[in-house]
Design a binder for this molecule. Structure first.
Ligand SMILES: Cc1cc2nc3c(=O)[nH]c(=O)nc-3n(C[C@H](O)[C@H](O)[C@H](O)COP(=O)(O)OP(=O)(O)OC[C@H]3O[C@@H](n4cnc5c(N)ncnc54)[C@H](O)[C@@H]3O)c2cc1C
Length: 488
């Protein structure tokens, strides 16, 4: 690696920041160009009329198996900004019956660690549970090659082919698929869904421990990223959208912004798919570059809605931090967001905050807030009668929020070098199996960094893959590690 070489990273979301930090940690000179005035990317806190402070657009859900993301938080000294369950607890609410079933990990090794509590759970019948056991076994028996061949099959078809009951699908498989793959299981790629459930249920008994941010995302993460990038010597330029790539004889040798030109030996692109497709096209762009842009355009995004309700007091019973609402298409989950925040981070909220994230929300974008409020109130009144009054209600609609893992999406996800021209791709949509998430974006950024280091002859990265720890960063959030906070 020449001491003169400079990498320009485009996009200051989690992927771009991960990539820039990883490269800078290996002595590479990095310029990070971000279009907006802050770091952190598309998941961000927003200003809402009637609330005296920014709040997160919707609930952010993550799990202990987000290993590279926790490594990133650790290297940014941002461990304090998250809490994690000490062992998995998932709660399922049957609204009309006013009944909550708790699924907890027990003493059996995975994939049977949740079995005992599933057997006692009321939200599923015995037939549903036996069918689910079979599906988990079937997933366990699928090897990587077979799994990848299921990309064109919908997850719903796979579930039906594997004897799943309607109730097991609607109350267990589909809600998790929708939350994580951003698409209903009738449209989701079976290959992506099986990847997800294997990661969550097979191997590590703590993989599904749920985590939460103890502050708003922008406060919790942006400033830590900024500080760590500065300390690592990365040249961060905010409010600097890249307008085009500069090509010389078929090779990208720099980028243009409104303020001027930035020369680069390599350009790493970590922008959302639509911005990436724009950068990769144009009259001087190569055929390969155009082909990647075309694939990205087909990949597509689905929308998310954040429902933010403020009550005079708590709604969920003590010890239940969130519930998945069975058979509720709009009010899919309820999170006690006030309970997640640290004491000092609740200022300016108009009441006790319940956040209800709506995944694959495109069909609800047209709904007005009053209609959404009526649905929310119906669920709360049915499930928790006489609960503290609703005193504030806000809806945040986020169009094209996250990449949806639809059938065929796997083959559309490009590899880092697919665009040619000396460009390295590193957004959360590259070919790394993980669905669009904080974990996918961290891994994508690291894969892009490793690609550059490998090409530059750093032998340590010749065989590195994102299932391995990033060697320069502290450990992930292992259960035994006392540096991480427990979500009680
Ligand atoms: C509403 C919502 C809810 C979500 N919920 C969850 C969740 O619960 N759990 C989870 O794990 N994940 C969730 N995600 C997904 C997760 O936030 C994303 O996968 C992740 O943030 C993507 O990171 P990224 O760095 O790849 O892209 P981005 O975050 O999109 O960052 C790309 C950056 O590039 C910048 N940019 C764009 N064009 C240019 C340009 N021309 N020049 C310079 N900069 C440019 C953008 O301003 C942006 O900052 C959610 C996302 C959204 C939007």
């Amino acid at each position: 690696m020449s001491s003169q070489s400079r990498v320009v990273v485009i996009g200051g979301g989690i992927a771009g920041c991960s990539s820039a930090l990883a490269l800078a940690g290996r002595g590479v000179s990095v310029t990070l160009l971000e279009a907006s005035p802050r770091l952190g990317g598309r998941y961000c806190s927003v200003d809402i009329g009637g609330i005296e402070r920014p709040i997160d657009g919707t609930q952010n859900v993550f799990f202990r198996n987000f290993e590279r993301f926790f490594q990133l938080l650790a290297t940014c000294e941002a461990r304090e900004s998250v809490k994690l369950q000490n062992s998995t607890l998932l709660a399922f609410l049957e609204v009309e019956q006013r009944r909550i079933s708790k699924i907890r990990s027990g003493t059996l090794p995975p994939p049977n660690h949740l079995s005992a509590s599933f057997l006692n759970a009321n939200f599923l019948g015995l037939g549903d549970k036996f069918s689910m056991q079979k599906a988990v076994q079937a997933m366990q028996n699928i090897d990587e090659e077979q799994r990848r061949e299921l990309d064109e099959l919908s997850f719903l078809e796979w579930l039906e082919n594997n004897g799943q009951t309607k109730r097991a699908i609607s109350r267990f498989w589909n809600p998790i698929s929708k939350l994580a793959l951003n698409v209903d299981c009738s449209q989701a790629s079976a290959a992506s869904a099986i990847f997800l459930f294997k990661k969550a249920l097979i191997g590590n008994a703590n993989a599904l421990d749920v985590g939460c941010f103890t502050n708003d995302f922008t406060n919790a993460v942006s400033s830590s990223l900024r500080r760590t990038l500065a300390a690592s010597g990365v040249d961060v330029l905010l409010s600097s959208p890249v307008t085009s790539l500069f090509r010389e004889e078929g090779v990208v040798t720099g980028v243009n912004t409104k303020e001027g030109f930035h020369a680069a030996d390599r350009v790493v692109i970590c922008t959302p798919i639509s911005d990436t497709a724009r950068l990769l096209t144009g009259s001087s762009a190569s055929m390969k570059s155009h082909e990647v842009a075309e694939s990205l355009a087909k990949l597509g995004n689905t929308s998310q809605i954040g429902i933010h309700a403020f009550h005079e007091g708590p709604i969920l019973p003590q010890g239940i931090p969130f519930v998945s609402c069975c058979d509720e298409p709009l009010i899919q989950m309820l999170f006690d967001r006030s309970g997640e925040l640290d004491d000092g981070n609740r200022g300016g909220l108009p009441g006790h905050w319940i956040c209800s994230p709506v995944s694959h929300a495109d069909k609800y974008l047209e709904w007005d807030d009053e209609l959404i409020r009526t649905e929310y109130q119906r669920v709360i009144d049915s499930a928790f009668p006489n609960s503290p009054a609703l005193i504030g209600f806000h809806v945040v609609k986020i169009n094209r929020a996250a990449t949806s893992m639809k059938t065929g999406s796997q083959r559309l996800r490009p590899n880092p070098l697919d665009a040619g021209e000396g460009v390295i791709l590193g957004g959360d949509w590259i070919n790394i199996d993980w669905p669009s998430s904080l974990e996918a974006s961290t891994r994508a950024g690291l894969v892009a960094a490793a690609t550059y280091l490998r090409e530059s002859g750093v032998t340590e990265f010749a065989e590195w893959n994102h299932e391995e720890k990033w060697p320069d960063w502290p450990n992930s959030a292992n259960k035994e590690d006392e540096d991480w906070r427990i979500w009680k």
